[in-house]
Design a binder for this molecule. Structure first.
Ligand code: ADP
Ligand code: MG
Length: 675
């Protein structure tokens, strides 16, 4: 079927073959795997079951002649009466005046359209005089070929080649999940008799897609671990323990667990591909520091990449402090250093004078080369572009890679998009952190917020006021933020200092404002959502989010995380006057819930995966039928099954031979891409 070209079949004309080719349909297999874009259902509904204003099909016998009126130049309206199960219905249909002569007493008609509210009149969009045996028509949208012709060709092809369809799913799997055979699935999806067949076909096709996808991912993981090519870094266990002991705090249980998982990967022969998940303030940075330190004890270098300049600066300072007691050279490579400094750092990386380097995307540059790189850490990796991500890997695909993310990644995405990563999770926050108190309110209740701010300021605390980015216009955004800034400045004049940070400021200016806030020289910081991730000002305990409805659930939670940084009680105000039901539901959910994973899953369901991972990356999973969010239950099943097939090494058995070939091919392609 793969090698039978449509152009070689006598019932397909060269022109038709050409038209199919434009849809990338070249072979018999392509044709059978070209699924309908929709199904038109002309199943006749009994008038007892019909509802007003819902599209449906009815059938009856004409009771009158048709009258045609011309409404406008080209618009005509034809009306006539039909008896449907003993009820007299007035039918109107636009622009079918040419059918006038076919409408007379006693003629059978099938009408697709909608009843009006009182069920006495019917507005039809389609009319047919044939009593069809098949009420469902798949619609294929092959430009230039009539849909009936496509159907006819499909039927012929099925007759000739149907028998050759091999089922790639083993029998036991099909029985277990009540899946029809591949032959039936392809037949039912292309030439269905009724809705039930379509349903069965869709289930089978989706399962196959999801299972294959999960198998490909799990196979990558399997091959990475079982055919290791990386280097085992013999880090100095006692030095690492010493380092941990000298930290200013004791690691939480989750942090310890994460450290041990990471060190285990570092010390093993396979390449680490691990995601460290933990919300803002959960203490990922110190875990990163320990990991970097570990590789240096074995004579390797480490690199950590962050998405913004502000974060790079912050990490640099934190690391300098954390590594105070050990003799390591740490440098920062960013856009804000001079060419001379840059040259020195690049030399230092080559001569291995520098042990650890922190940087923004400037670390990705081709000219950045290491003497002995052992570990790459990326913070908030999903915020980097796809190209940049590839070039991290380009620094050596065998080098251990730790990805950190403060965005709780819902399980649905974790098992699909990130299925070839191992995952460590920091769930509990360090210290005696209390859950923040969140309140959703309207602008008319702002006095409450202002009183609260005053109280907190008097207690020596600091406050964030966040305004949404205005995507359509940077100027509007700036005016909005500036406006708010001016208002707060005059409101709290003589009481405290107010600062402003927005996306139009230069990096250095942002840095200066952040510095002032960090040093508590500014008490209220008005900001657009530019400082979304990672910023660490422990003394800030209140976060006021204006027009909160303009943010997504995950984003709100992320911003709330900024004030969860000390043992002080934190507060978050979600201010919004939106009357949109979904917006209100979202804000209430965030008000009532502090669990990032729950919120992330909700966010995913409401907004789709694009927002979290960027269209490009989610676009990588282009299924014909399945949808990782809508079909998450089936995905879960496919994942469990795939895991078992790989872990029990059934993938290598005869019954999985076809699947194994596909999966292995994918592995070879991926590998080549990385080499
Ligand atoms: P993240 O990078 O996950 O957002 P950080 O690493 O910045 O979080 O940690 C937040 C704060 O918590 C930092 O001030 C850090 O020093 C502190 N911290 C980290 N781990 C612990 C711990 N085990 N006990 C007490 N404080 C900790
Ligand atoms: Mg961090």
């Amino acid at each position: 079927m793969k090698d039978v070209l449509l152009s070689s079949l006598e019932y397909i004309s060269p022109r038709q073959a050409q038209l199919f080719k434009r849809h990338e349909i070249l072979t018999v297999e392509d044709l059978l795997l070209n699924f309908p874009t929709k199904f038109d259902d002309y199943t006749i509904i009994s008038i007892k079951d019909a509802e007003p204003e819902v599209p449906l099909t009815i059938a009856g016998v004409v009771q009158s002649k048709a009258t045609v009126t011309t409404i406008k130049n080209k618009l005509t309206l034809m009306t006539f009466y039909v008896d449907v199960e003993g009820r007299r219905i007035r039918v109107s249909i636009f622009n079918r005046h040419f059918l006038k002569n076919r409408i007379f007493y006693g003629v059978y008609v099938r009408l697709t359209g909608k009843f009006n509210a009182n069920m006495k009149a019917f507005t039809a969009s389609e009319i047919s005089f044939e009593e069809l045996s098949n009420n469902i028509t798949p619609v294929f949208n092959i430009k230039g070929i009539n849909n009936n012709k496509v159907l006819e060709i499909k039927e012929r092809v099925f007759e000739d080649f149907g028998e050759k369809i091999i089922d790639i799913l083993p029998e036991d799997l099909r029985t277990r999940y009540n899946l029809i055979s591949r032959f039936h699935a392809l037949k039912f999806i292309n030439i269905p008799e009724d809705q039930k067949e379509i349903k069965l076909a869709i289930k089978r096709i989706k399962f196959e897609e999801l299972l294959l996808y999960q198998l490909k991912i799990k196979y990558l993981l399997y091959m990475r671990k079982n055919f290791p090519q990386g280097v085992a870094i013999k880090y100095d266990q006692s030095k690492v323990e010493e380092f941990i002991k000298k930290l200013p705090f004791v690691l939480t249980r989750d942090q310890k667990q994460a450290v041990s998982e990471i060190l285990n990967d570092i010390g093993s022969h396979f390449k680490m591909n691990r995601l460290l998940q933990g919300e803002v303030g959960s203490g990922k940075t110190v875990v990163a520091a320990i990991s970097l330190y570990a590789v240096t004890t074995a004579g390797y270098q480490g690199a950590i990449m962050v998405p913004t300049e502000v974060l790079a600066q912050q990490h640099y300072k934190t690391f300098k402090k954390l590594f105070e007691n050990v003799n390591l050279k740490i440098e920062m490579l960013s856009a804000s250093i001079t060419a001379k400094e840059r040259k020195e750092i690049l030399d230092g990386l080559l001569t291995q004078e520098i042990d650890i380097v922190i940087g923004t995307h400037s670390l990705f540059g081709k000219e950045v080369a290491f003497s002995k790189l052992g570990l790459v850490i990326t913070d908030e990796e999903h915020r980097f572009g796809v190209k940049q991500r590839v070039s991290i890997v380009g620094k050596g695909h065998l080098i251990d890679h730790l990805k950190m993310s403060a965005t709780p990644i819902p399980r649905t995405l974790a098992i699909s998009l990130l299925g070839d990563s191992d995952i460590s999770v920091i769930r509990t926050l360090p210290g005696n952190r209390k859950e923040p108190i969140t309140k959703y309110l309207h602008y008319q209740d702002m006095t409450l917020v202002h009183e609260h701010i005053l109280n907190e300021i008097e207690r020596g605390r600091q406050v964030y006021i966040i305004t949404p980015m205005i995507e359509e216009s940077v100027v509007m955004e700036l005016e909005n933020a500036t406006d708010i800034y001016e208002k707060y400045k005059s409101r709290y004049q003589g009481i405290c200092e107010v600062g402003l940070i927005h996306s139009r400021l230069k990096n250095q200016e942002k840095e200066e404002v952040m510095q002032l806030f960090q040093e508590n020289k500014i008490q209220i910081l008005v900001s657009t959502s530019v400082i979304e991730v990672g910023v660490n000002v422990i003394n800030a305990t209140t976060c006021v989010i204006l027009d909160a409805d303009r943010f997504g659930i995950a984003q709100l939670h992320q911003m709330r995380g900024r004030v969860r940084r000390s043992d002080e009680q934190a507060y978050c105000f979600l201010v919004s006057d939106s009357t949109a039901e979904t917006a209100i539901a979202r804000l209430k959910l965030v008000e009532e819930n502090n669990d990032g994973f729950v919120l992330a899953e909700e966010d995913l369901i409401m907004r789709g995966p694009g927002d979290l991972f960027g269209e490009k990356q989610t676009g990588n999973i282009a299924f014909k039928m399945a949808d990782i969010v809508l079909d998450r239950d089936l995905l879960e099943v496919a994942n469990t099954e795939a895991e078992a097939i790989i872990n029990e090494e059934r993938i290598f058995s005869e019954e999985y031979q076809e699947i194994h070939e596909m999966v292995h091919q994918n592995y070879l392609e991926k590998k080549e891409m990385l080499d």
